[in-house]
Design a protein around this ligand. Structure first.
Ligand SMILES: C[S@@+](CC[C@H](N)C(=O)[O-])C[C@H]1O[C@@H](n2cnc3c(N)ncnc32)[C@H](O)[C@@H]1O
Length: 272
């Protein structure tokens, strides 16, 4: 059966009946495309663990996940949506939590949990970074702005490549599955969106590596050597490490893949 919320008209009427409007401050662009909704649920299967949804909004994806058999905890910051969600999800076995998802205790979710969400654009990067660091997720499937999806899945030597690409590559296999036009949402956003699937590999956080990566990308126009020296890494030691790894002294951060950064970090921290 088609989801009753996948039409702009139905969404407009529902919001009007509850005296509500889509609030930009919460990144509220509600999904109104049945075809895309089905593809998101398919990309998230199998539901091998509890599913966490950040930002259920009007409940369109929540309902589709529940109907597909997922056990869902939905975390919504906008308290105005409470009566509306209680109506659209009435009778369904969902756990609704009204809280800022950035304050949720993600480090305590069961091992093997899943994230499935149409993320509010302004918290996507910090949230996904934090969830990857917990090491507790088996799969993260989410919509983000296309530009953020490009950064998450970028390869070295491309304009979108940087700290976020390396953070994602360190923890997971990343796929950008498909792009969605603005018209798939109500109200339509200014930009395209993409569905991203991250499959974590189990690599734990590595603060030393990411301090190095952050320093390396903090001065994008400088060489890696100058950027690291400016961040306080001893210039002589960086030069030695670059030579030992067979890298030119003029190399730039965006030319190095994850493995090269790992080897550089080994050299710098241990001097081997
Ligand atoms: C892009 S909308 C997606 C809504 C719905 N899932 C859909 O696909 O139609 C983002 C949702 O996240 C909620 N939100 C925004 N900031 C949040 C936060 N910090 N924590 C939890 N939810 C948040 C918004 O209120 C909104 O419901």
């Amino acid at each position: 059966m088609a989801n009753p919320l996948t039409s702009p008209k139905a969404v407009r009427e529902l919001l009007a009946r509850h005296g509500l409007f889509a609030d930009k401050r919460f990144g509220q662009n509600f999904l109104v495309s049945e075809a895309h909704l089905r593809r998101i649920v398919e990309a998230a299967r199998p539901f091998t663990g509890p599913v966490f949804e950040v930002g259920p909004g009007l409940g369109v994806l929540t309902r589709a996940l529940l109907e597909a058999g997922a056990e869902v905890t939905a975390i919504e910051k906008d308290l105005r949506l409470k009566p509306l969600l209680e109506e659209t999800l009435s009778g369904l076995p969902v756990r609704l939590v009204f809280q800022d998802a950035l304050l949720y205790p993600w480090e305590e979710v069961p091992q093997g949990s899943l994230l499935v969400a149409n993320l509010p654009y302004h918290i996507a990067t910090p949230l996904v970074t934090r969830l990857l660091k917990t090491g507790r997720f088996a799969r993260l499937v989410f919509l983000v702005q296309k530009e953020v999806a490009e950064r998450m899945t970028a390869r070295p030597k491309t304009p979108a490549y940087g700290l976020l690409s390396l953070r994602v590559a360190h923890h997971a296999v990343a796929e950008r599955l498909f792009d969605l036009p603005p018209g798939a949402f109500f109200p339509p956003p200014k930009v395209w969106s993409s569905l991203v699937r991250l499959t974590p590999t189990g690599a734990p956080d590595d603060p030393g590596l990411f301090a190095l990566v952050e320093a390396a990308f903090s001065k994008r126009r400088k060489t890696l050597l100058n950027a690291l020296a400016a961040a306080g890494y001893p210039r002589g030691k960086v030069e030695e490490a670059l030579k030992a790894l067979g890298l030119p002294l003029g190399v730039r951060a965006e030319e190095l893949g994850l493995e090269a950064f790992r080897r550089l970090r080994e050299r710098l921290y241990t001097g081997v």
